[in-house]
Design a protein around this ligand. Structure first.
Ligand code: GUN
Ligand code: ZN
Length: 434
């Protein structure tokens, strides 16, 4: 096999550890004039231009002035079928599901429709610098086929699954315990571990699955190595009361999933806005992860996520957009809202912690930190080029900044899809803004 090497020169920033563990200064590496060397789709080296340029005789180098290269963003919770219903007015979770979500998801019985939306969705993710996402399909297995087929063409690292739901939803959108098990198995056999694709067993949330279905979902999750489990947890107070009524014999919401063996490494729970200490402890000790979805939690009025509390318990936390309840595909915008969620609780969110959440922290939540999340040698070359001059205001504000922290914070607060100049996946350019 012939070797293909390419280098990228710009300012380069990446997380190397959790700031909560090592402190801010030890959590990142920054190269003001840096070079990222990519060989056969993997990271070969990162460092200062003065050190690396002499080793790169004959290697093509792309230069990006006034730009910052960072690892691609990781979205730990999103729904591809909800792309067309983002920004739907006026409801909180349960009414929002009945009014907007279920009718929208019905359309994904049609594979051609699913393929069309998958293509729009992936373009939007890449336009926003997101290179890996944990993705809900619909109840229809063809929705997941359509999604993975589109990902395969671009050689993306993506995780997805077919929704399992057999009750408390319209008839047109329900499966059965047996059919959901068989369909999920078929999809796992077809897609899990193919290229850079992974499968997630995806019960929608406890209220829409019977005990029999949750039991089979748990069986499936335990059956295959490295499989994911993806669901919703403790998002909305009415939802939590409903779960208590449906499963009175369980200690609480998380205990429902725990009982059915839907917990552990690679189990990712979206939201977790209203968790008690015992639930945080259980999430931490089982190695489960929570997706913090600030734009969604504000949009649906679900509540304020207590990041420091989950962190103090040692829970793995990633950042999610939760589109279509989330209002932006941009993880910069998610971080903007995350900052405000912390402010409303009298807390702060350091910009380097924000960078960590959107990259290496997300990779850790997904147990993919040996593959993605930063520029360690051998990882996938999934990265973004951020444009310091994306808008007149960003350009002007950054010209006033005197430290990297100030620059990064302003980039997060003012940035969105316009700030993503180019996105690379496995070393290939998959989005070019200009
Ligand atoms: N809980 C169950 N289904 C959903 C969904 O589609 N979006 C959100 N935000 N919460 C849910
Ligand atoms: Zn969701």
């Amino acid at each position: 096999m012939s070797t293909s090497t390419h280098a990228y020169r710009a300012a380069i920033l990446h997380s190397i550890a959790d700031p909560a563990v090592v402190g801010i200064e030890a959590s990142y590496e920054y190269f003001d004039d840096g070079v990222l060397v990519v060989e056969n789709g993997l990271i070969k080296a990162v460092g200062h231009a003065v050190d690396l340029l002499p080793t790169l005789q004959g290697v093509a180098i792309s230069q990006y002035p006034n730009a910052l290269i960072s690892p691609g963003f990781i979205d730990t919770h999103i729904h591809f079928p909800q792309t067309g219903m983002i920004a739907s007015y006026g409801e909180q979770l349960l009414d929002w599901l009945n009014t907007y979500t279920f009718p929208t998801e019905q359309q994904f019985a049609d594979k051609a429709h699913a393929a069309e939306v998958a293509s729009i969705f992936l373009k939007e993710l890449l336009r926003n610098g997101t290179t890996t996402a944990l993705v809900f399909g619909t109840v229809h297995k063809q929705s997941v086929d359509a999604f993975f087929e589109a990902c395969e063409v671009l050689n993306l690292r993506m995780i997805a699954g077919k929704v399992m739901m057999d009750r408390n939803a319209p008839d047109y959108l329900t499966d059965t315990p047996e059919s959901s098990y068989a369909d999920s198995r078929e999809l796992i056999e077809r897609w899990h571990g193919k290229g850079r694709l992974h499968y997630a067993v995806t019960p929608r949330f406890a209220p829409t699955s019977s005990p029999e279905q949750l039991s089979l979902a748990g069986e499936l999750f335990q059956q295959y190595p490295d499989l994911y489990m993806h669901t919703h947890l403790s998002e909305n107070r009415q939802e939590i009361e409903w779960v208590k009524g449906l499963f009175p014999e369980r200690k609480g919401y998380l205990d429902v999933y725990d009982h059915y063996r839907l917990i552990g490494p690679r189990a990712v729970f979206a939201h977790g806005v209203h968790l008690c200490d015992d639930e945080c402890k259980r999430l931490a000790e089982t190695g489960s992860a929570v997706a913090f979805c600030p734009t969604s939690n504000l949009f649906l009025g679900s509540g304020l996520f207590d990041l420091p509390k989950l962190e103090a318990h040692g829970v793995r936390v990633g950042l999610g957009t939760d589109v279509g309840a989330g209002t932006s595909f941009s993880q910069l915008q998610s971080l903007n809202e995350a900052y405000k969620v912390m402010q409303l609780q009298g807390k702060k969110l350091d910009p380097f912690k924000s960078l960590y959440l959107a990259t290496l922290g997300g990779a850790r939540a997904l147990y993919l930190d040996d593959k993605i999340g930063n520029f360690a040698q051998g990882k996938d070359a999934d990265f973004v080029v951020l444009d310091y001059q994306a808008t007149p205001l960003l350009s002007y504000r950054l010209a006033q900044a005197t430290t990297l922290a100030e620059k990064l914070f302003a980039l997060i607060m003012l940035g969105d899809d316009r700030a993503i100049k180019e996105t690379f996946a496995a070393g290939n350019s998959v989005h070019k803004r200009d």
